[in-house]
Design a protein around this ligand. Structure first.
Ligand SMILES: [Zn+2]
Length: 500
């Protein structure tokens, strides 16, 4: 009974997989997790080229003591494609990888044909079988003992060894019986890739060779391969399949490189083209800012969290953690340097915000709250708290260089000729950069009027204000309107006193 239910579950997985494959994902990447939360969690990465093409499946780590394969597969899990598709399973047998052992219950690569032992390996193999049949070619990345040679040379170098070879179960994949399908010359495919690879391997004794296991032949040296993943690919899914075997005894870095060259070679054969360079413009997103106060041990402050400090404390942003590694800077609003306040020690006299940037994108903020009440900030402990629901927007202005804090819907009285800067707004839950703060009747950015007027010097005596946008049309009463997602959420009034 239990078996029956499990079978139904596997069938369901199959349907989900096939449905996913049928959807249009041009130019996208997906990451699917099977058996989430279980020890044999299985991560499948798909990359779909902008232009349609063939699909190559790359599997690493089916045996946990072969790191050359799964470390190379990682590289392809991150790749963006111009043409064709990749399905990458870097770590097919994660439990065995954590133990650095070939197998846990059973050799996972001997369970693809007629094995009915139910264990986690069986569950993973069911998923891999589906993925294999969705692909046009399959590479199983391994490390092999010794060095393969077509003739017997020594105990370590002979026809029974695996290292430095590209293996297939036959020289030709016979498919001509199927309607419209052609036979595929596997030996020719492998030799094309091997020639490319060997050009990068200076030591002739380490050159790769084609290793035909002739798995179905009565005199095959490798009848055990009749239960392997490549055998399943060739005989059930009718696709070309190869084992890529780096010699175990070589340095890890060389093994990884060789696997990468092999995959590159097969991608070229199948006209699967990577993006050069891999352009993947995901939205920059800060997770944490690492800040110290008065040279304390740094604390981690999450996006939109608040750090409570005392007036006059010296803060230093050590680093920010974002989904990008390069192009990062911070801006302590109203203080510090023009371009970047990272690692600068800054004395904080008023509540403010620290903005994280990736190049010119704002990617998150944290808030510095000054608390003057004695004893409010526990000595020797920094208080980090979550941002509360918007308790009203406040405006941080500079009038002739002096900071002025203004509540939402308040009036600001200026003399004609005063220089006003809307430094920023102080908000609750939502990042202030998500808002637009627009001085009606002033254009901050002439080349692109996006309505955002924070940061500009507004000289009320220089004729830059447009009276037709003033509230009384006489050029003395203006308003600054704050919107979020196009909806007005607040304003302040600017009243200009003309003493003529
Ligand atoms: Zn292996």
């Amino acid at each position: 009974m239990a078996l029956r239910i499990k079978k139904a579950v596997y069938a369901l997985i199959g349907i989900v997989l096939m449905t996913a494959a049928g959807l249009c994902h041009a130019g996208q990447k997906t990451h699917t997790v099977f058996f989430e939360g279980e020890e044999n969690e299985l991560h499948v990465f798909r990359s779909f080229g902008r232009v349609e093409g063939k699909t190559l499946l790359i599997v690493g780590g089916i045996q946990g003591d072969e790191p050359g394969g799964f470390l190379a597969a990682d590289y392809f899990a991150d790749l963006s494609l111009e043409k064709g598709n990749l399905i990458v399973v870097p770590r097919a047998n994660f439990p065995s990888i954590t133990k650095k052992e070939r197998q846990i219950n059973q050799d996972m690569n001997r369970k693809f044909m007629d094995d009915h032992t139910r264990n986690y390996e069986a569950k993973v193999v069911e998923v891999l079988k589906e993925l294999i049949c969705q692909s046009d070619c399959f590479l199983n990345l391994h490390e092999g003992s010794g060095f393969y040679s077509a003739t017997w040379e020594s105990e370590q170098r002979n026809p029974g060894r695996y290292g430095q070879s590209i293996i297939s179960d036959a020289a030709v994949l016979r498919r001509a019986k199927n309607a419209g399908a052609k036979d595929i010359d596997l030996e020719k495919m492998a030799l094309t890739v091997i020639e490319r690879m060997n050009a990068s391997i200076p030591v002739p004794s380490q050159h790769f060779h084609f290793n035909n296991h002739r798995t179905n032949q009565p005199d095959s040296l490798h009848k055990e391969q009749r239960r392997s993943a490549t055998y399943y690919a060739m005989n059930i899914c009718k696709i070309p399949a190869f084992g890529i075997e780096s010699a175990k005894s070589l340095p890890l870095e060389q093994k990884v490189k060789q696997h990468i060259w092999a995959v590159d070679g097969f991608m070229a054969l199948m006209d699967i083209i990577p993006k050069t360079p891999g352009i993947d413009l995901k939205k920059p997103e800060m997770q944490y800012m690492i800040i110290s106060v008065n040279d304390s041990i740094p604390v981690v402050v999450g996006k939109m969290q608040r750090l409570t400090i005392k007036r006059g404390d010296v803060i230093q942003v050590h680093d920010i953690i974002t989904n990008y590694e390069r192009g990062l800077s911070v801006d302590v609003i109203g203080l510090g340097n023009e371009f970047n306040d990272m690692k600068k020690k800054l004395k904080i006299l008023e509540s403010t915000r620290i903005e994280a940037k990736k190049d010119f994108y704002t990617c998150g903020s944290v808030f510095l709250d000054i608390r003057d009440t004695p004893g409010a900030v526990p000595i020797g402990r920094l208080a980090v708290s979550d941002s509360k629901k918007a308790d009203g927007i406040r405006y941080k202005l500079k009038v002739n260089g002096e900071t002025v804090m203004v509540d939402n819907y308040d009036h600001v009285r200026l003399n004609y000729g005063d220089r006003l800067v809307i430094v920023d707004i102080i908000t609750g839950d939502i990042d202030p950069s998500e808002y637009v703060v627009n001085f009606k009747g002033f254009v901050g950015n002439n080349s692109r009027n996006d309505g955002e007027d924070r940061g500009y010097v507004i000289d009320t005596g220089a004729g830059v204000l447009m009276p037709r946008y003033s509230l009384e049309r006489k050029g003395l009463k203006y308003h600054v309107v704050t919107t979020l997602g196009g909806e007005e959420v607040g304003k302040i009034y600017i009243d200009i006193l003309k003493n003529s």
